[in-house]
Design a binder for this molecule. Structure first.
Ligand SMILES: Cc1ncc(C[n+]2csc(CCOP(=O)(O)OP(=O)(O)O)c2C)c(N)n1
Ligand SMILES: [Mg+2]
Length: 1005
């Protein structure tokens, strides 16, 4: 049966042009195959076929203008069914089913299989304990007779009814200051506690010894002892029982280690035989290769560290988006679901960083039950207590619970269990609740007698409770994070939990075991020296089998290979699939797409005007037709797709949404409808550059973390790029990210109306600071195409560990044909775009980049026609790349004074060219100034130094003095300064163009 294919609703546009016809008569096409590409002045979008079949008639050609309803083609359909609708329906029903499953109370907050509510001791403030007892007994009766589900229902019902009658309800964000998991429900560790304790002691010792040794070599070196000392148990339980390594059968759990706990990871790797004593001795001495990096830096230890975490706050948010990206890969069918987990270790002080907690609601919304945070609450940060006047654990519990996380508090160790049980007054819990962190910290610094007095002494009943205990017994009352049983139980519960992410909030002691030298004191963080006495104390505290002499020599301790300890440690890791951390990649490279995908961009656009952003989006659309590239592209946008003309991607490849689409979008009839789907490809992040950047990093490092090469393309307002998330970009460099960052709406004068906060005139300078970031500021679509294609080849086919930053503009203009042989120059950073040879007497070298190159081109014409000045026009695609080349060559020449001097690429380009250089960009002058030393010529730069402001492009370019008139006038003045022409030419131009010589320099305006 024949069927018409017409233009669907195209939104805001009346008529649009057909720029590509993607089928021909006789083609057999599938449902959703693109028929034509339409382009408005803002974006291009493909029209998909609503049915499958054979094209029997084409009713349009390239260049035709069409509107909604215009007939495009006729097709002999395979079936007249409305398959799209059916497909959508199926997707919806699957999603709905899943939603029902995951919103099920049982999954979100598994009701524990308890028999009855624990007998609460009477509280002193209870005015009617008997009545309270009756309520509790009723609850117990429901639990026993009708089960916990019913009990939970009743409680919820009572609370909501109370709420509607206006009763002020208790604040339920937090729970009492005790462990979340009741003692009787703790799952016991199957491990050999005796051996594990010994292993932990050796690791602690070796970590501290390594730091002290480094510090002995030079006080400039050293590291941190106190942090790992507080976290050793938290790491060890994970290493011995939970964290599964990557191997040929399993993708591996991913663990984000707290940056400055690195010594502990090295110390364990030493026992495992992965690091030698020699390597430990080279902690923080990396220059002569083979040293161990201060913190987790994949760039410096590419076979070991996976995640750069030491800049506080980046680890947690990157990990959240990592967990989300893992689900994305699974939902898109690119990875199989192996129930891998992402574990994240952060300090309690680190939670002050907005990035640490800023994305926790996303984690809950996305139901990231593959994510487990462990917050090590040692109550201290660098200078002092984290919340001296409050309780960080309670504060975090409130935040995470409020966001929808499963919260497991591990506050008290097993030694407290009998006391809590024995207390019939309720005062112990009351006291636990009322003591603030500043006091808790002081108690661990001051000993058992102090605790008896200050903690238990407040209430006579509590003092009595511990009257039979010695001060030492009281001192031994341990904190949950140091108790392997409690930690195991929490980890186990976290592993079982489904439907939301889990946070384990563990209470520990900073500098645990360091005694007077650094246990729970305000200066613990920076303690990197331990004198002999301190070392002997530390050895004794953990029973490390070293002689006094060995301790004095700060020897490491490693039991023999066939010792029980080493055998156990290795056997545990073998069971868990290998060692952690370990960085590797088995990803297959992606074959760069054939040239023809980019061919159309090499031609002139004639009268047709477009922006480089549009050209890029078109390029991406073309790439989605390449079978190798298409599935791996990850377009990432923080709520600006429409600004960049990318809304066509919504329908074409879908927006990733783990629950699919539970609503019919308002614009469902339109070609660019807002389509959310479980297998969606676009990551529409909302207004979070930090989140989008974290997603980009996850995708850009998928080749190592998931063994699959992905091509992330993150498009953002260039002003909200490096300036906003510069530290992430730096971390991306460290992590060896591969992918594209696109700074759109770039250029101080090109993003006209938006004003000071939006107009970027320096992102390239910021990008230039990252050693493995390759950056370009192209003007024409063929430059963009050549650069993008090379980026694909270098990063994703050749696997170079670099990433690209490319600026794209929103100014529409026509694009010329690519000059013959320009490719090499485009990639190296400059090429001769055009040469004026009218009079052949006086010459000037005009350089420009981005949209301002066009001002230079216009200026060259004026200079030639009106002033008889010839010019060479250079399109500088990358001042940054030219600078890198220049620096390297200069260094080489300095190192080899006797050898023939090599020339930098800039020198080679200019050596046979006459006249001074005038370089002009839409960026601050220091951008083009970078190549000043390599030109061997007088050099004048024009740029947009100063704060932006809103106005038209024309006025802004005049204001910043980068318009064609200023280029002409300043060029003439430069030639006069070089005594190549008289100054009257420049004066004439200043007058002609009304250039106010008294105008204040724009940086001061
Ligand atoms: C962004 C950033 N700011 C500052 C620092 C310096 N710094 C390193 S550790 C630290 C204190 C960390 O305290 P916490 O997170 O509680 O970790 P702990 O050592 O107590 O486990 C600070 C301020 C940093 N690494 N990163
Ligand atoms: Mg801390």
């Amino acid at each position: 049966m024949s069927q018409n294919i017409s233009v669907p609703d195209i939104g805001d546009f009346d008529t649009v042009e057909i720029i590509e016809v993607l089928v021909k008569v006789g083609d057999q096409i599938n449902i959703n195959d693109p028929i034509v590409t339409l382009e408005s002045d803002k974006s291009s979008v493909e029209v998909p076929s609503p049915v499958a079949g054979k094209i029997i008639e084409l009713n349009i050609k390239i260049g035709d203008k069409v509107s909604k309803g215009s007939l495009l083609a006729k097709l002999e359909s395979d079936s007249a069914s409305t398959e799209i609708k059916k497909e959508a329906q199926e997707e919806f029903s699957v999603t709905e089913k899943e939603i029902l499953e995951t919103t099920n109370l049982k999954n979100i907050n598994p009701i524990k299989n308890i028999n009855k509510v624990f007998d609460q001791p009477y509280s002193k403030d209870d005015t009617d304990p008997l009545e309270t007892k009756e309520w509790i007994e009723s609850l117990n009766a429901v639990i026993e007779n009708d089960g916990p589900q019913r009990a939970s229902y009743l409680l919820n019902k009572v609370v909501s009814v109370a709420y509607t009658s206006g009763l002020v309800l208790p604040d339920t964000r937090t729970t009492p200051y005790i462990n979340t998991i009741p003692t009787e429900l703790e799952v016991k560790s199957p491990g050999d506690q005796n051996l594990e304790k010994k292993i932990r002691a050796y690791i602690r010792w070796n970590a501290a010894a390594m730091v002290v040794r480094a510090n002995k070599i030079s006080p400039e070196l050293g590291g941190h002892i106190g942090t790992f000392a507080s976290a050793a148990t938290l790491y060890d339980v994970g290493m011995n029982h939970f964290w599964r390594a990557k191997n040929k059968n399993f993708g591996g759990d991913l663990v984000y280690f707290q940056g400055h706990s690195a010594p502990g990871m090295y110390a364990r790797a030493f026992l495992e035989g992965r690091l030698s004593e020699k390597q430990l001795n080279r902690f923080r001495q990396e220059v002569d290769s083979g040293g161990l990096s201060s913190y987790p830096h994949p760039w410096l230890m590419p076979k070991f560290w996976q995640f750069p975490t030491v800049s506080m706050g980046l680890g947690p948010i990157m990990a959240i988006y990592q967990a989300r990206f893992l689900k994305y890969l699974i939902n898109r069918g690119l990875l199989k679901d192996e129930d891998r987990k992402i574990w994240v270790f952060i300090g309690d002080g680190e939670t002050d960083e907005p990035e640490s907690l800023g994305a926790i609601s996303l984690a809950a919304r996305e139901k990231l039950d593959n994510l487990i945070f462990v917050v090590n609450c040692n109550l201290q940060r660098l200078d002092g207590p984290v919340r001296g006047n409050g309780k960080i654990i309670q504060e975090l519990e409130g935040n995470f619970r409020g966001a929808g996380w499963n919260v497991l508090k591990v506050i008290w160790g097993s030694y407290w269990d009998p006391l809590l049980k024995a207390d019939k007054t309720g005062l112990l819990m009351k006291r636990m609740n009322e003591v603030v962190d500043g006091e808790y910290q002081a108690m661990k610094a001051k000993g058992g007698a102090y605790v008896r007095e200050k903690f238990f002494g407040k209430y006579p009943e509590l003092k009595k409770l511990v009257s039979s205990m010695t001060d030492n017994d009281i001192w031994k009352l341990n904190r949950g994070g140091h108790d392997p049983h409690k930690v195991y139980a929490a980890y186990h519960a976290a592993m079982q939990h489904r439907g939301s992410p889990t946070v384990i909030i563990a209470k520990t002691v900073k500098g645990y075991g360091m005694g007077k030298s650094g246990e729970s004191i305000n200066t613990t963080h920076q303690q990197k020296k331990l004198d002999e006495k301190d070392l002997l104390y530390y050895r004794d505290r953990f029973n490390v089998p070293l002689t006094d002499e060995q301790v004095k020599n700060i020897e490491y301790y490693k039991p023999a290979e066939n010792s029980e300890e080493i055998k156990y440690l290795k056997e545990r890791r073998k069971k868990l699939g290998g060692f952690i951390p370990e960085r590797s990649s088995l990803a297959k490279p992606i074959k760069a797409p054939p040239k023809d995908i980019f061919e159309s961009f090499m031609k002139s656009t004639g009268d047709k005007e477009m922006s480089t952003t549009m050209a890029l989006v078109r390029m991406l659309t073309n790439l989605l037709r390449d079978e190798n590239v298409a599935p791996r592209l990850v377009p990432i946008i923080p709520d600006e797709a429409r600004t960049f003309g990318m809304e066509g991607f919504f329908r074409k490849i879908g927006i990733y949404a783990h629950e699919g689409q539970k609503y019919e979008p308002e614009d469902s009839e339109q070609l660019s409808s807002y389509k959310e789907t479980k297998s969606g490809q676009v990551l529409e992040e909302g207004i979070t550059e930090a989140g989008a950047m974290s997603s980009w990093i996850a995708a850009a490092t998928a080749y190592t973390n998931h063994d699959i090469e992905m091509i992330p393309v993150y498009i953002f307002y260039s002003m909200f790029g490096f300036q906003r998330v510069g530290d992430f970009a730096w971390a991306a460099g460290d992590a060896q990210a591969r992918g594209f960052l696109i700074g759109a709406t770039a250029g101080r004068t090109t993003l006209a109306g938006e004003g000071l906060q939006h107009q970027d005139g320096h992102s390239h300078i910021l990008a230039s600071m990252i050693p493995n970031c390759v950056s370009y500021d192209p003007t024409f679509s063929y430059e963009m195409a050549v650069i993008f294609r090379e980026g694909l080849r270098r990063m994703h086919e050749k696997n170079e560990n670099i990433f690209y930053y490319i600026t794209a503009m929103n100014e529409n203009y026509s694009h010329p044909e690519k000059p013959e042989g320009a490719d090499e120059g485009i990639l190296k950073g400059m090429y001769l775009f055009k040469e004026y040879r009218n009079k052949g007497k006086i010459k000037i070298q005009l350089m420009g980049s981005g949209t301002i190159l066009r001002e230079a081109i216009a200026a060259a014409k004026i200079l030639s026609e009106e002033y008889g000045v010839d010019s060479d026009i250079w399109s500088v695609t990358s001042f940054n790349e030219l600078r890198k080349d220049g620096m390297e060559i200069e260094r080489k020449n300095l190192l080899n004074p006797d050898s023939k001097k090599e020339k930098s690429y800039v020198q080679k380009c200019l050596e046979k060219r006459d006249g001074p250089v005038v370089a002009v960009t839409d960026y601050v002058r220091s951008f083009s100034d970078q190549i000043r030393p390599y030109t061997d010529k007088p050099f004048y730069s024009l740029g947009t130094d100063g704060f932006g402001r809103s106005d038209t492009r024309k006025k802004l370019r005049k204001f910043f003095e980068v318009d064609k008139e200023h280029i002409v006038a300043y060029s003439l003045s430069a030639l006069a300064q070089e005594q190549l022409i008289g100054s009257d030419n420049a004066e004439k131009a200043f007058k002609k163009y009304n250039i106010d010589k008294k105008k204040i320099f724009p940086t001061k305006l």
